[in-house]
Design a protein around this ligand. Structure first.
Ligand SMILES: [Zn+2]
Length: 83
């Protein structure tokens, strides 16, 4: 193996390592954002503690949001259900 090939291989390894580090940084930022959003959602649900009361058209009269009730959706998401 020639010296230039070894140098190129090390350069490629260094480039890939930097790329992996950047991906890790981005994943940590996404994880931090998800944690923040979950905390905000849990705090929001401490305000809306009542059970849903749906009218004949499916609108929640307790929380006054759209269909489906945003509070119910938030509760399901925090319980781990897929939307
Ligand atoms: Zn509701």
């Amino acid at each position: 193996m020639r010296v230039t090939e070894v140098r190129d291989a090390y350069g490629e390894i260094a480039r890939l390592a930097a790329e992996l580090e950047e991906q890790d940084r981005k994943m940590l930022a996404v994880t931090d954002r998800m944690i923040d959003l979950e905390q905000v959602l849990r705090r929001l649900l401490t305000v809306h503690t009542g059970e849903c009361r749906l009218d004949h058209e499916g609108f929640c009269q307790e929380h006054g949001f759209e269909v489906p009730c945003a509070v119910e959706v938030a509760r399901r998401v925090l319980a781990g259900e897929a939307l």
